[in-house]
Design a binder for this molecule. Structure first.
Ligand code: HEM
Length: 422
C-alpha cells in the first residue's frame, strides 16, 4: 500500500487518528469519548497502529455497507494483526481449512450460501427456542435471586446464548465450556494483538474447534436430528450446487462464534447501561411494553460489535480523503450509533426514541446479521425476566469494568449487580 501520508487531500496520519489504540485504556474502558472527538474533527482517518482506514460517521459507514462494487467483505474474518509465521505453520499442520462462506464472502457465492442457509434458519427454528430461552433465563435467576447479588456475566449471560445456539445446532450442553473457550481463542487470534507466545497458546483451540465442527457434521450426516445442521443437510439434498458438505461445516463453524459472543456481550452491555441510567431500569420494570424498543436502544447505545471491516476494491474518496485500492477499512459501528446527525442527544438513553432501530449494530445490506432475529429474541427475554423478577436491581458501587483487548467485540468480563432482599 502507498504511504498514506502521501495520499489524499490533507494528511490523514496526523491529528487524532495517530492516538488511536484500540487495545489499551482509556479507549478499551470507554471508546465513546475518543469516537466523539474523531467523528467531529477527523471522521475518516488512517491508523498507523493498525494499518487501517477508520470511518466514524453513520452515513459514510452505511454507504460502504451498501456499495458492493467498491468494497469487499473478504477481510471480515482475517486477523487484524498478522499471525506469526510459526502460528501460520501450526494452523497448516493442524489441518485447519475454513473457506469463506458468509461474513467474509462476496457475491455471487455469498448469495447462494445465504439463500440456502436461510431456508433452514426458519422462523419456526427460532420460535421453538423461545420456551427454552425462557426456561434457561428463569433457571439462572432462580439460582441467585435469594442471595441479593450476582456476577451477571459469569452466572448468567456467559453461557446462556451459547446453550441456545448449541440447542439449535444439536450439540450437547456438556460441550459448552469447550465451545466458549475455543471461541475466545478464535476471537483473540482474529481481533486481538497477541504476542507470538500467546498466539501459539491460543491456536490449538482454534484447530480443535474446527475439527469439532467437521466431526459434528459427520455425525449429523449419519444420524440426522431435529436441528439446524440436519435441516441444512436436507436443504442440500445431496447437491453440491446448493451447498457442499464443506460449506455446511463452515456455516456451523461460523455460527458457533457469531451466535453467542455477540449476545453475551450485548446483554451484559444492555443491563449495565440501563442500570447506569438510574431511571431506565425502573421504567422498564413498570412498563414492559417498552422492552421491544429498549432492545434497539441498547443495541444502539452500547453495541457488542463496535467495529466491522471491509476492503476497497477500487480507489475511493470518502469525505475528501483519498483511500487507495486494497486498503483495509475499520467501520466504527459504535461511533455511527452515536452520530448526532442521526440520533439527537446520542449519549442519552431514550426508551421512547423513535429511530433507535436505525442503529447499524447488525451491519446493513446483503451481510446484515443473519442471527439478528435470534439475538433480538434473546435480549428481549433476558430484559423481560430480569426487570420483572429483579425490579430493584442496581450496579454494585465502585466496580471497575474490564474488557478483552481487541478491535471489535466489546462487553464487560464481569458485571456485579445487587438488589434488596424482601
Ligand atoms: C447482539 C448480537 C449480535 C450482533 C451485534 C451481531 C452483529 C453482526 C454484524 C455487525 C455482522 C456483519 C454485518 C455486515 O457485514 O454487514 C453480523 C453478521 C452475521 N451474524 Fe451477527 N450479530 C449478533 C448476533 C448473531 C447471532 C445470534 C447469530 C447466529 C445465530 C449471528 C450470525 C451472523 C452471521 C452468520 C453473519 C454473517 C451474515 C452474512 O455475511 O451474510 N449473529 N452480525
Amino acid at each position: 500500500m502507498e504511504n498514506p501520508s502521501l495520499t489524499g487531500n490533507g494528511c490523514p496520519v496526523t491529528g487524532l487518528g495517530a492516538d488511536f489504540n484500540p487495545f489499551e485504556d482509556p479507549y478499551l474502558a470507554d471508546p465513546y469519548p475518543f469516537l466523539a472527538r474523531v467523528r467531529a474533527d477527523e471522521p475518516v482517518f488512517y491508523s498507523p497502529e493498525l494499518d487501517y482506514w477508520v470511518l466514524t460517521r453513520h452515513d459514510d459507514i452505511s454507504a460502504v455497507f451498501r456499495d458492493l462494487e467498491s468494497y469487499s467483505a473478504d477481510i471480515a474474518q482475517s486477523p487484524v494483526k498478522p499471525l506469526y509465521p510459526s502460528v501460520v505453520q501450526a494452523i497448516k499442520d493442524g489441518g485447519f481449512t475454513p473457506t469463506p462462506i458468509m461474513s467474509n464472502c462476496d457475491q455471487p457465492k455469498h448469495t447462494r450460501i445465504r439463500r440456502h442457509t436461510a431456508r433452514a434458519f426458519t422462523s419456526r427454528r427460532i420460535a421453538v427456542l423461545e420456551p427454552y430461552i425462557r426456561e434457561l433465563v428463569d433457571k439462572y435467576i432462580d439460582a441467585f435471586e435469594g442471595r441479593g447479588h450476582a456476577e451477571l456475566v459469569g452466572e448468567m449471560v456467559y453461557e446462556l446464548p451459547a446453550l441456545v445456539i448449541l440447542k439449535m445446532l444439536g450439540i450437547p450442553d456438556e460441550d459448552v465450556a469447550a465451545i466458549k473457550s475455543w471461541s475466545s481463542n478464535r476471537l483473540m487470534l482474529t481481533w486481538g494483538r497477541l504476542s507470538e507466545i500467546d498466539q501459539l497458546e491460543q491456536v490449538q483451540g482454534l484447530i480443535d474447534y474446527w475439527h469439532y465442527c467437521v466431526r459434528h457434521i459427520d455425525r449429523k450426516l449419519e444420524h440426522p436430528g431435529d436441528d439446524f445442521p440436519s435441516d441444512l443437510i436436507a436443504v442440500r439434498d445431496g447437491n453440491d450446487e446448493i451447498l457442499t458438505i464443506e460449506e455446511i461445516v463452515n456455516v456451523v463453524y461460523g455460527l458457533l462464534i457469531a451466535g453467542h459472543e455477540t449476545t453475551t456481550s450485548s446483554s451484559a452491555n444492555a443491563v449495565r447501561s440501563l442500570l447506569e441510567d438510574g431511571m431506565a431500569w425502573t421504567e422498564l420494570s413498570e412498563n414492559p411494553d417498552l422492552i421491544v424498543n429498549a432492545v434497539e436502544e441498547m443495541l444502539r447505545i452500547n453495541t457488542s460489535v463496535i467495529s466491522w471491516r471491509r476492503r476497497t476494491k477500487v480507489p475511493v474518496t470518502i469525505r475528501g480523503v483519498d483511500i487507495p485500492k486494497d486498503a483495509k477499512l475499520l467501520l466504527m459501528l459504535a461511533s455511527a450509533n452515536h452520530d448526532p446527525d442521526v440520533f439527537p442527544e446520542p449519549d442519552k438513553i431514550d426508551l421512547h426514541r423513535n429511530n433507535s432501530k436505525d442503529h447499524i449494530s447488525f451491519g446493513l445490506g446483503i451481510h446484515f446479521c443473519f442471527g439478528a432475529p435470534l439475538a433480538r429474541l434473546e435480549l428481549r427475554i433476558i430484559l423481560e425476566h430480569l426487570t420483572r423478577r429483579l425490579p430493584r436491581m442496581k450496579l454494585v458501587d465502585g466496580q471497575t469494568f474490564r474488557f478483552h483487548p481487541n478491535t471489535s467485540f466489546r462487553g464487560p468480563i464481569e458485571l456485579q449487580v445487587e438488589w434488596p432482599q424482601p
